[in-house]
Each structure stands twice: as structure tokens, then as C-alpha cells.
Design a protein around this ligand. Structure first.
Ligand SMILES: *[C@@H]1O[C@H](CO)[C@@H](O)[C@H](O)[C@H]1NC(C)=O
Ligand SMILES: *[C@@H]1O[C@H](CO)[C@@H](O)[C@H](O)[C@H]1NC(C)=O
Ligand SMILES: *[C@@H]1O[C@H](CO)[C@@H](O)[C@H](O)[C@H]1NC(C)=O
Ligand SMILES: *[C@@H]1O[C@H](CO)[C@@H](O)[C@H](O)[C@H]1NC(C)=O
Length: 377
């Protein structure tokens, strides 16, 4: 019976939305997501968008939604493709509840991610002499508090919650990328950013454990992207020393080293969590490896523009990502066909790039243990 319903759901999706959507191959019944702009489906737009007004209008959203939804992308994010793969609606931003006086039904999931969010709080940076303006103060801890506040509306008794969360997928991240972006973009050295790694990992592990203690059983914890391939950081670190660049993909090696260090420590942290919580399924998602596929072989993945240049932004600079002209701001231009670019606005990836990463996760090739080998019944 259940199988029949799934087939019908999957079939009607195919008919209505054709090949634009990812096929349903997973069967979670709700998704809870924590993170930053890589997975924010609208919270930043609702809460703090004064520091980044361009997000309110196209070209943000132009490829898929035809309007700005608050996603830092031309279209869908990785989490949107994950929702599609489960036959679920796009994950509703938690702050919609505030906007609509708590009349939103979150039983199919809630998205707590906020663009600009860091794993560590404001004082962490301040104590380290970094006087940057954070885009938002909605850290991972705040997002966890939001989840705790929402939980009583999802399930009441312990057995009821157990039953409900058994079929829920928790995404803890990507988060932490901004903990490095803030110092790096404030012209700190990469050594300085690297010193933050253990603190970022501690926070992610702490919040992941807290979620398990709240009842989460299946959690996907993504690592960092290859930030050495990020247009805005490449622009910022522009260096004439060719040996600092990877000869395969022209990405900046010291920055990718930070991402790799972060990912290695994260994987170790997750291993200790697996021992502590053997009942939980803790999945590491390799965003780095999945993205590296197209950075290493761009043409194979359709990125015939320049895979390291931003589609939307200023035309000056090597990577179309000089901070003086921001995507959607004065003097900015948008490339003709965003699907031939991996980088959207200097910082974020295009829908096309997100789709490739998501496909790698859904197929199980870049998730460990595999995301698609679940016995959800
Ligand atoms: C966006 O516009 C295109 C072209 O008009 C249309 O085919 C598509 O369905 C729209 N997408 C959404 C999500 O409304
Ligand atoms: C919000 O909901 C509360 C409780 O249901 C109600 O008393 C209040 O009038 C509502 N406020 C608005 C602005 O709708
Ligand atoms: C974040 O918190 C700090 C310290 O309380 C404050 O100065 C800053 O304005 C806040 N930023 C935002 C975007 O709310
Ligand atoms: C997370 O860290 C806080 C503050 O250090 C601590 O009180 C809490 O017990 C930790 N939570 C878990 C689940 O480890």
C-alpha cells in the first residue's frame, strides 16, 4: 500500500514538473535544516536583510522561482533538491511563523538556516580582535533554540516524538564557512582563519549531539565546500605566486587546505558521536568532493563559462567578484546562461552547481554512510 502511494506521488511529480525536478528516491517525511546562506530558504529575508538589500529582488531567484525568495542563488539550493528527492515541499523558513503569527504548519519540516550565520557567536570573534559586522546573529545555538521552541508543536509524548523523528531527516549545515569568511574577507591571514577550525568543529558537534538528545535519529552533517575555488576569496587573495594555485583547477591551495582540515576534524568528531549514540544514523556529506568534480572537470558538467568566475557581479577583476560591485547592486551584470557557471554571485553557487552537489548526495556517492540506504518504514 505504502509503495503504491509512493509510486503515484513520484509519478505525478514527473508528469507535472517533468525533468526539472529531482526524482523521488528518498522517503523521509520531514526535514529540519540548520545552517547559513547555503541552505537559507528565506529566514534572512524575513529577519535581517538590511545589510544585503540586493537579496530582495532579481536576479536572485531568476532561474527557477522567477522572484526573490531570499535564497542566495539564481534558483534552487541543495536542500531544495533534497526536499524534491523526498517528495516533500521546499523546507519552510522558521521565521515565517513569526510573520504569520504562528499559523504555519511545520510538520513536514522547518528550516532554521539564516544567511550569514556562524557556528560561533559574536563574542568569539570580538574576543579574537575581529571587529566585523556579522550579517546576522542567528548562530547555530540560536537555531537550536528555535527548534526546541518549535518541537512541542510537532509531537507531544515521548513515543509520539520517537515515531515522528524516526522519519525525519536533520541537516546540520553546511555551517562554519562564515566563521572563516568573516576573518578572510576582513583581510586576516589564512593562518588566522585556520586557528578557528577546532572551535567551529566543537560547536557543530555540540549542536549535533544536542539534536540527538532532542530526538533526531538521522542526521546529515555536511563539511565545507572547497573555499579556495570561491570567486570572492580568489579575488581577495589574488596572488602572483602560481605555486599557491592548484594546477588542475586553478583554485587557491591554502584556502582549500582550511576546508580539508575542517572536514577531517569534522569526520573525526562525527566518529566519536557515532560511538556515543549508536542508535543514531550520523551521515557525513562530502560537499568538498562533490563540488570538486566540476571544479576539476568543468566542461564535463556543462560549466562552459568560467567555472571560477561569478555569473552575477562586477565585470572588473579576474573573477567578476570585486567587493565594490555586488550582484544585484549598481554596475552589476548577470551572465546570459547561469547554468554554464558554477559560481552565482561571487560567494554562492548557481542552481546548476547545487544540483550537481545534491545529486552526489542523493545517489549516496558523497554521503557516508549512504543517504539512500535507509530503512524508513
Ligand atoms: C518561472 O517562469 C517560467 C517561464 O515563465 C515557468 O515555466 C516556470 O514554471 C516558473 N517557475 C515557477 C516556480 O513559478
Ligand atoms: C496572534 O495570535 C494570537 C493568539 O491566537 C491572537 O491573540 C493575536 O490577536 C494574533 N495577532 C495577530 C496580529 O494576528
Ligand atoms: C549582533 O550582536 C552584536 C552584539 O550584541 C551587535 O552589536 C550587532 O549589531 C548584532 N548584529 C546584528 C546583525 O543583529
Ligand atoms: C553543548 O555545550 C554547552 C555549553 O558548553 C553544554 O552546556 C552542553 O551540555 C553541550 N551539549 C551537549 C549535548 O554536549
Amino acid at each position: 500500500m505504502k509503495i503504491n502511494i509512493l509510486v503515484i506521488v513520484a509519478f505525478s511529480y514527473l508528469v507535472v514538473l517533468r525533468s526539472l525536478m529531482v526524482k523521488q528516491t528518498l522517503n523521509y517525511e520531514s526535514i529540519f535544516n540548520f545552517g547559513d546562506s547555503l541552505s537559507d530558504t528565506g529566514n534572512f529575508l524575513i529577519s535581517d536583510n538590511v545589510n544585503f538589500p540586493a537579496i530582495r529582488k532579481p536576479p536572485y531567484g531568476e532561474t527557477f522561482f522567477n522572484r526573490s525568495t531570499g535564497r542566495f542563488c539564481d534558483g534552487r539550493l541543495i536542500i531544495d533538491f533534497i526536499a524534491e528527492a523526498n517528495g516533500l515541499p521546499y523546507v519552510t523558513p522558521y521565521l515565517q511563523s513569526v510573520q504569520t503569527n504562528f499559523s504555519v504548519d511545520f510538520r513536514k519540516g522547518a528550516n532554521f538556516a539564516v544567511a550569514g550565520a556562524t557556528a560561533n557567536e559574536f563574542n568569539f570573534f570580538k574576543e579574537r580582535g575581529l571587529s566585523v559586522t556579522l550579517l546576522t546573529n542567528k548562530t547555530l545555538d540560536i537555531q537550536l533554540d528555535w527548534f526546541k521552541k518549535l518541537k512541542p508543536s510537532l509531537c507531544k509524548t515521548k513515543p509520539e516524538c520517537e515515531q515522528y523523528f524516526k522519519k525525519s531527516l536533520f541537516f546540520v549545515g553546511e555551517i562554519g564557512g562564515n566563521d572563516y569568511n568573516y576573518p578572510l574577507l576582513a583581510f586576516r591571514s589564512y593562518k588566522h582563519a585556520m586557528d578557528f577550525v577546532p572551535f567551529v568543529i566543537n560547536k557543530i558537534i555540540n549542536v549535533t549531539s544536542a539534536l540527538i538528545e532532542e530526538g533526531a535519529v538521522t542526521l546529515v552533517v555536511p563539511g565545507n565546500l572547497p573555499i579556495g575555488c570561491s570567486a570572492i576569496l580568489l579575488e581577495r587573495f589574488s596572488d602572483d605566486n602560481r605555486w599557491l594555485y592548484d594546477s588542475t583547477n586553478q583554485c587557491f591551495k591554502p584556502l582549500n587546505y582550511i576546508a580539508k582540515l575542517h572536514n577531517d576534524k569534522l569526520k573525526k568528531g562525527l566518529e566519536t558521536l557515532r560511538q556515543k549514540y549508536p542508535h543514531a544514523k550520523i551521515i557525513y556529506a562530502d560537499y568538498y568532493g562533490s563540488a570538486m568534480q566540476f571544479f576539476n572537470s568543468p566542461v564535463k558538467y556543462g560549466f562552459t563559462g568560467s567555472v571560477l568566475k561569478a555569473c552575477c557581479g562586477g565585470k572588473d577583476g579576474r573573477y567578476n567578484a570585486k567587493p565594490s560591485v555586488r550582484c544585484g547592486g549598481k554596475g552589476s551584470t548577470t551572465c546570459e546562461n547561469p547554468s554554464t557557471y558554477a559560481n552565482w554571485d561571487g560567494i554562492h553557487l548557481t542552481e546548476a552547481a547545487n544540483r550537481h552537489i545534491a545529486t552526489g548526495l542523493i545517489s549516496g556517492r558523497f554521503t557516508k554512510p549512504s543517504l539512500n540506504s535507509l530503512q524508513v518504514q
